[in-house]
Design a protein around this ligand. Sequence first.
Ligand code: GDP
Length: 300
Amino acid sequence: LVRLRARLARSQNSLGKGLLTLLSREHLDEDTWEEIEETLLIADVGVAPTQELVERLRERVKVLGTRTPAELRGLLKEELVALVGTDFDRAVKTESGVETPAVVMVVGVNGTGKTTTTGKLARVLVADGRSVVLGAADTFRAAAADQLQTWGERVGARTVRGPEGGDPASIAYDAVKEGIAEGADVVLIDTAGRLHTKTGLMDELGKVKRVVEKHGPLDEVLLVLDATTGQNGLTQARVFAEVVDITGIVLTKLDGTAKGGIVVAVQRELGVPVKLVGLGEGADDLAPFEPEAFVDALIG
Ligand code: GDP
């Protein structure tokens, strides 16, 4: 939480701070409410959630009558937490419930932080006492397999890889096979995210999914989105959701943006929770997403 707060504080014009300043005005007139709406929209919260939040906040402020800055902060916090959602299961599945390892597929457009996230997640899991096998199925980006293997060596997880430009599905298949042979707890599969043709992506991810399921269930499909890309990230999310059943979202590079509102928008769009957030390039910079802590960090 301290780290999250420090990272978010570094981003200028933090969403929550802007809202608090607006709410602490002497008179909450129409202009102020409009500015509050604007602030939320700029932060990528999305139109419908913004309207809902402002409406609820206005109603509660009206009912409450007198209001101190502390009361307003409390109201804002409650409404933001409600908006972010508290009843999602945000744990990454690390048990398959069957004999085979839990299989987690990591998807997303290249450059969003997929490989880094896979490495960081491996680190978290190993630190938690689980054995991990990595599948380097991003054979499109030349350095991806090396990058993943470096993570693997660092954390003590074997990396299954193939030739450059090799068949991602066959690597994924081998990775799960290796995971079963080793009796690993979790197999993490990094994939390529080329978006130039949807059918190409669909073919590739669909195939990876099918071969993985020859061994057992695919337990988790994590979509990695770069928070700094804003609405563009939503468009990506839509395309991926058409191709595979996304079970969770990882929002990376939250350290580099004030647009934390994308958390709300993307959850609505896909109907699945943000499970993890990326807060930097370092090995420790992956955190579970906790609504209360997140909103606290936003408001400051
Ligand atoms: P991939 O192509 O999706 O596998 O992307 P990479 O994992 O190679 O990451 C692309 C770049 O984003 C790298 O320079 C990463 O260090 C950086 N990156 C990944 N996650 C984060 C994050 O949470 N915060 C910041 N600031 N950079 C990140």
